[in-house]
Design a protein around this ligand. Sequence first.
Ligand code: PLP
Length: 362
Amino acid sequence: MRREVLEAQKSRLAAIAPFTPAPRPERREEWKLKLDANENHFIDGGILRRILAEALEEVDPRFYPVEEFQLLREDISRWLGVGSDLIALGYGADQLVELLVQAFGVGYGVASISPTSPSYETRCRILGLKYSSTPLRGDGFELDVERLSEEARRSGLVFICSPNNPTANQFRRDDILAIVENAAWVVVVDEAYADFGEYSMVGDVERYDNLIVLRTFSKFFGLAGLRVGYLIAPRDVIDAFVRVVPPFNVPSFSLAAARRALRHLDHALKAVEELKAERSRLIQRLNTISGVRAFPSQANFIFLTAHLDSSIARRALSEYGVMARIIEGMPGLGTCFKITVGRREANDSVVEAFSSLMGGGA
Ligand SMILES: Cc1ncc(COP(=O)(O)O)c(C=O)c1O
């Protein structure tokens, strides 16, 4: 019996792809080309250190956080203009994805798009839930509204990542709303990158009884290491959802730091403007390299394709010290890359690496 159980569990778990970070240079000084995880390179490190020092002063780790949850919800509520009782917090947006699947995917399955963030599918596989993915259309990577609506009518939960990871484009609001209107139950718009995009759907939550917007402090505020995510949902949805949220699921230190980060909104917004300027420059320069196509981006990373063998590309990028993601499984597009927008110098190295890889000048 023991052996049988072991074998069954081993094969079930073997089907789940573990998360593997991109290989990284040992020395932190070389991380200026760490462009694999869509982190924020534009937030000032000095400000973040001050935030952490202040949070450290405030927090008493002997106690579980209780009031701290409410305080952060109230601060987010004032910032976004939504009721604090419509906000739930998570240990990163990633934990909220997991909890959303538990709350609304069980029994009815989950629908999403492809390519997109792998965590939705992984969470479904872990729980043995049905997961359908509707391919994006054409090389503008648009939503296939008709097909996704059909899937959404048969699912308990739909994830739409917008701006989408890895294609970097933000979908048309009307397309997303059409899916929200057609879905059997809840639609989650994952806005991890919306602060780098054109618009947010937070304001739409009050008009629909089934729209959830998922966001994070990891990208816009540059607090990826502290793991603070949040979602905004209609009242009935949040009342149901909070039942699956474990108590004290965000550390008091992270809650305190996130509250302080909100006092530096001006800086975060300025950092976004700098990032956008670098993003345009990077895309424009990459597109001068023959055989490379960098797509428009509304995120803090770019998606690009190159006529290259993927194993050669992997080796060459690591020789240049560029840590980037190669995206598999996009037939017909050549080798696909996802690269975080870094500071000017890092972006210049990316251009140089691709230009030498393609055997030409930029
Ligand atoms: C689309 C998307 N959603 C959520 C996350 C995770 O965010 P967090 O750091 O808050 O867990 C990521 C991380 O890269 C992401 O790409």
